[in-house]
Ligand binder design. Sequence first.
Ligand SMILES: [Zn+2]
Length: 147
Amino acid sequence: MFGNPHDEGANADDPRHQHTAQGQQQWQEAEAHAQTPIFQGARLSCLASILGLLNIQAKHKASNTMLSDIFQYCHSLLLPKENVLPRSWKEAKKILSSIGMEYQIVHACVNDCMLFHGNSAHLTECSICEEARYDPHMLTGNYPGNQ
Ligand SMILES: [Zn+2]
């Protein structure tokens, strides 16, 4: 039933036929990023390093600008010269895009009731506990120490 995917007359329902040339190229690039250490002797790959930094960004709700600065700092100053860490958030995003991984930040209620996603993406407060989506101090920039 599952013939060689390169057979001209193979069954069109064979799911492997959905693997286009572009899909195969993305897979090979993803494998390369997942297997290439961020520098020789490093414990993390390029892909793991990017995903790790993105997770920290999401956890702390840090801006893309801040993440870019961290990528730049690590790439240029912290890591050995031959490292393959992207130089910026944009460059990291481009790598994820090239391997078919899109990155999207979804806000959650501070009380973990819901996600501001899909039909709730436009809401400015939680539909369950009514907590504000954004910290008003964050929006105005009027927080202690920022005067
Ligand atoms: Zn809530």
